[in-house]
Write a protein of this length. Structure first.
Ligand SMILES: [Zn+2]
Ligand SMILES: [Zn+2]
Length: 378
C-alpha cells in the first residue's frame, strides 16, 4: 500500500502542469451554478483523454457529469467529487476551481495504478445554493458508490469540520399603498413589517443555541419614499447543527414575521426552500485522510471550538454514502472565503500548492479504501 501511495504521489507530480493549468483556466472563466458549460467541457475532455468513460448531462443536469475508470474489479467504487461553480460578481471566491482540479488530478493518477476497484469523478454543479448534489442523489447518480471524497480550499487545514443544516425562507409582506405624506393613515407599510421582523428575530437570538445562525437581507423595500410600500420582501438563511432543531427555529422565525405583519396590519406569506442537510462525519475516513496529510508533511489545524461552519450539499451526500470533505489551506494567513482576496488566492502559488496537496491526500485516502474492506462503512 505504501508503494502505491508513493507511486500515486509521483503520478500527481507528473500531472502538475496539466492540473494547475486546468484549475487556472476554470478560475479565469467563472460560471454560475448550472451554467458551468466551459468547466464541464474542459474537465470531461481531460478525463476522456486519460481513458475515462465520460457521460455528460447526468441526472438531467446539463453541467453534471460522470467519468468512470474501472480497474480489475467493479468495487470498491470511489467517487471524487468535482465542484466548479463560481459566485456572482466575485468569481471563484470559494475556490471551486481547485476542488475540480484536485479531484480530477487524483482520479487520473489513481486510474494509472491498475487498482482493484473503480474510480469515478462526479461533476456536481451549483453547490452555491443550487444543490446540484441533491438532484443527483434523487436521480440515482450516487447509487453503487462506496465512498465519496473532495477537498475544499480554505485558510486552514481542517480535516473534521462538519457543516450546518440550512433552510432558506423568503418572507413576502403585503400592505396597502397610500401617499406617504398626504394620507399616510390610509396606508399599510409592508417595509415596516419587514424591519419589525428583523427586530423580532434579533430579540430571538439570545434564546437559541450557539450553533444557530440566522442571517437575512431585504430583497424588496418599496419604490419611492412618498409611496407607502405595499410590498416588501426579506430573504433569510436559517442554520443549525441539528436538523430537527432547525425546523423548530424556522417556526420561531416565521412567528417573528407573523407578529411583525400583525402589528402593521399587513399579511405575510412564506416560501421555504429545500435547504441542505448537516454533514454526518465519517471518522474512519477522516482519520485516514489526516494520516495521509501528515505523511505529506501537512499538520492539520485545530478546529475552532465554536462556529466556523457553513452549509453545503455535501451534507446531503453524507447521509447517503460515507464522505470526506476536508479543508486545505491556500492562503498565507487568515482570509475568509467569499471575498475578492480569497478569489486571488485560488489561482496563486499557495493555491497551486494546496491543489497538489489536496489531490495527493485524496488519492492516498482512496488507496486506503481500495485496500480496506471496512474503511468508510456507514
Ligand atoms: Zn462557497
Ligand atoms: Zn465552496
Amino acid at each position: 500500500m505504501e508503494r502505491l501511495k508513493e507511486e500515486v504521489i509521483k503520478l500527481i507530480e507528473g500531472l502538475r502542469d496539466e492540473i494547475i493549468e486546468l484549475s487556472d483556466r476554470i478560475h479565469k472563466n467563472p460560471e454560475l451554478g448550472f451554467e458551468e458549460h466551459k468547466a464541464c467541457a474542459w474537465l470531461t475532455d481531460v478525463l476522456s483523454e486519460h481513458g475515462f468513460e465520460v457521460e455528460r448531462g447526468v441526472a438531467g443536469l446539463e453541467t453534471a457529469f460522470r467519468a468512470t475508470f474501472t480497474g480489475s474489479r467493479e468495487h470498491p467504487k470511489v467517487a471524487l467529487l468535482a465542484e466548479y461553480d463560481a459566485l456572482p460578481e466575485i468569481g471563484h471566491a470559494c475556490g471551486h476551481n481547485i476542488i475540480a482540479a484536485s479531484s480530477v488530478g487524483a482520479a487520473i493518477a489513481l486510474s494509472k495504478l491498475n487498482l482493484p476497484g473503480t474510480v469515478v469523478v462526479l461533476g456536481t454543479p451549483a453547490e452555491e445554493g443550487g444543490g446540484g448534489k441533491i438532484i443527483m442523489i434523487e436521480q440515482g447518480a450516487f447509487k453503487g458508490i462506496d465512498a465519496a471524497m473532495m477537498i475544499h480550499p480554505s485558510d486552514q487545514n481542517l480535516v473534521s469540520k462538519g457543516s450546518l443544516a440550512i433552510k432558506e425562507i423568503r418572507m413576502k409582506f403585503k400592505g396597502k399603498l397610500a401617499h406617504a405624506a398626504a394620507k399616510p393613515e390610509k396606508g399599510i407599510n409592508a417595509l415596516d413589517a419587514v424591519i419589525q421582523a428583523f427586530n423580532n428575530i434579533n430579540a430571538l437570538r439570545q434564546h437559541l443555541t450557539e450553533d444557530v445562525r440566522i442571517h437575512g437581507i431585504i430583497t424588496h423595500g418599496g419604490v419611492k419614499p412618498n409611496i407607502v410600500p405595499d410590498y416588501a420582501e426579506a430573504y433569510f438563511y436559517v442554520r443549525a447543527l441539528d436538523e430537527n432543531y432547525l425546523l423548530e427555529v424556522l417556526e420561531k422565525v416565521k412567528n417573528c414575521a407573523k407578529g411583525a405583519a400583525l402589528a402593521q396590519g399587513a399579511k405575510v406569506e412564506f416560501e421555504v426552500g429545500r435547504g441542505y442537510r448537516s454533514h454526518k462525519l465519517n471518522h474512519a475516513l477522516v482519520e485516514a485522510f489526516k494520516a495521509n496529510l501528515l505523511a505529506l508533511g501537512v499538520k492539520p489545524d485545530r478546529p475552532p471550538e465554536h462556529g466556523g461552519m457553513g452549509s453545503s450539499d455535501i451534507g446531503d451526500v453524507s447521509h447517503v454514502v460515507p464522505v470526506i470533505h476536508p479543508y486545505i489551506s491556500i492562503t498565507e494567513g487568515e482570509l475568509p472565503s467569499h471575498s475578492r482576496e480569497f478569489a486571488e488566492a485560488a489561482c496563486s502559488e499557495k493555491g497551486h500548492q494546496g491543489l497538489l496537496i489536496g489531490a495527493k491526500a485524496l488519492a492516498m485516502t482512496a488507496i486506503d479504501l481500495y485496500a480496506s474492506s471496512t474503511l468508510g462503512r456507514l
